[in-house]
Write a protein that binds this ligand. Structure first.
Ligand SMILES: *Cc1c(COP(=O)(O)O)cnc(C)c1O
Length: 436
């Protein structure tokens, strides 16, 4: 069957067809198709590649990563402490090798970006500087469906300041369509006039896959006197974020999801340029936030580094950064524009195939407008339980199950193919038919 997908917000008219040959042909024409081979793909017991749609949870390992890490292991073995200055990539400056690449992935200026710590740690450090409650302005807005770690972190910041976390936490609730709407955020800001100190929402919601208009949210927040931060764990490497232009005060993201830097790898942090030289901003500090030229004098008065680097605490784990460098180098080569172009097509095809199943029990929660989502589709399967997800896994599809009834699938443009998306929908269809 051939069908036309026309979306009023989507300027291109795309013709898709529900045939394996059509999917294979899209792969043949895909300029990024060769990158698939540059990643390790988990296999089933028979040695066949699984269909891995969990890059929103843990990205696959680039084949170059081992080489990057081995370089540092060897330099450590051969040089010991001298590696700080003598390693091929001297460790002292290692985080700087990531800055330009990471800045272009998230649409920021280099001075605005640093790789350090892990995501939730960075969120706390950012709230130390950008959540400054007063007796009247002390509330924080988050999405009702925020990632649990973000909610716990925000609640603990409220308590840390002696504020009741139920009273201080304001939830931006989705409408019946399960999506968050800007007019509701605006309503909250008006309802809590002069009380909101901070808005902290996801760049892309982890559950629905909805991508927010960061610039509009930052403008709204600032107009109402609040600081604005974004958790871009599901945005970085997935959609162009344009963090600098958004005007957000800060953003944080991890590198193990779409940035393929390995389990628990270090996180990114963005602080807008307008704060780069503000030494009056309260912050937690350590020797790595101190002026690089005098850092090792050890006895100087604290002299904070400008920009996001001025929020670093410790000398960072080089082995984790080596894995990030391997990944950032791939992103540099491909570029976010090419990735995004394929991503829209790949996810568009996925959406087409799911709709073409015409199954009454299936509903896609994620927005249909490609500009309001990344690669992930969140598929609600009515009356399903975890057994359905297990059956899909048994058929070689690695996806993510969220209670009560949602399967999250992220076809990643770097290493997933149109054929895999086609196969996935076939197998989902088989599982649904077996159920009936
Ligand atoms: C993945 C994710 C986290 C995880 O936090 P860590 O500190 O890396 O464990 C937090 N928030 C969001 C929105 C996420 O998607």
């Amino acid at each position: 069957m051939v069908s036309f997908v026309r979306n009023q917000n989507y300027s291109t008219l795309t013709t898709f067809s529900n045939h394996i040959e059509f999917a294979q042909n899209l792969d043949k024409k895909d300029p990024l198709a060769n990158y698939k081979k540059q990643f390790h793909h988990p296999k089933d017991q028979a040695g066949n590649d699984l269909i891995y749609l969990c890059g929103n949870s843990l990205g696959l390992q680039p084949k170059t990563t081992a080489h990057y890490i081995n370089q540092e292991l060897n330099d450590w073995a051969n040089l010991g402490v001298e590696g700080h200055l003598e390693a091929r990539n001297p460790w002292l400056a290692y985080h700087e090798y990531l800055t330009n690449g990471m800045a272009s992935i998230v649409g920021a200026k280099p001075i605005e970006v640093v790789v350090m710590n892990t995501l939730t740690t960075n969120l706390h450090l950012m709230m130390v500087s950008f959540y400054k409650p007063t007796s009247t302005r002390y509330k924080i807005i988050i999405e009702a469906d925020a990632f649990p770690s973000d909610k716990y972190a925000v609640e603990s910041q409220l308590r840390h300041h002696g504020i009741d976390d139920k009273e201080g936490l304001i939830l931006w609730k989705p409408k019946e369509d399960d999506l968050n709407h800007l007019e509701d955020l605006e309503q909250l800001l008006n309802d809590h006039k002069d009380e909101i100190a901070l808005i902290m929402v996801g760049g892309v919601n982890y559950y629905t896959g909805q991508a927010f208009d960061l610039k509009k949210i930052a403008e709204l927040g600032h107009q109402h006197g609040a600081n604005v931060g974004f958790d871009c764990a599901h945005g970085a490497g997935n959609i162009p974020l344009n963090l600098h232009d958004s005007g957000a005060d800060f953003a944080i993201w991890c590198t193990y999801k779409y940035l393929n830097a390995g389990p628990g790898s270090l996180a990114g942090c963005f602080v807008h340029e307008r704060h780069a030289y503000d030494k009056t901003l309260n912050r937690f500090t350590g020797w790595w936030s101190h002026n690089k030229t005098t850092r090792f004098n050890m006895r100087d008065e604290f002299d904070v580094l400008p920009g996001a680097e001025g929020w670093q605490l410790s000398n960072p784990p080089i082995l984790s950064m080596a894995a990030i460098k391997a990944s950032v180098d791939i992103f540099k080569e491909v570029g976010m524009d090419a990735l995004r172009t394929k991503s829209k097509q790949l996810t568009g095809y996925f959406e087409f195939l799911l709709k073409d199943l015409n199954h009454p029990g299936i509903r896609i929660i994620t927005p249909t407008n490609p500009n309001e989502r990344g690669c992930q589709l969140s598929i609600q399967v009515k009356n399903a339980d975890k057994k359905l997800h297990q059956k899909l896994t048994d058929k070689g599809v690695i996806s993510d199950w969220r209670e009560p009834d949602v399967i999250r699938c992220a076809p990643v443009p770097l290493y997933n193919s149109f054929t895999e998306v086609y196969e996935m929908v076939q197998r989902l269809s088989d599982v649904l038919n077996e159920q009936e």
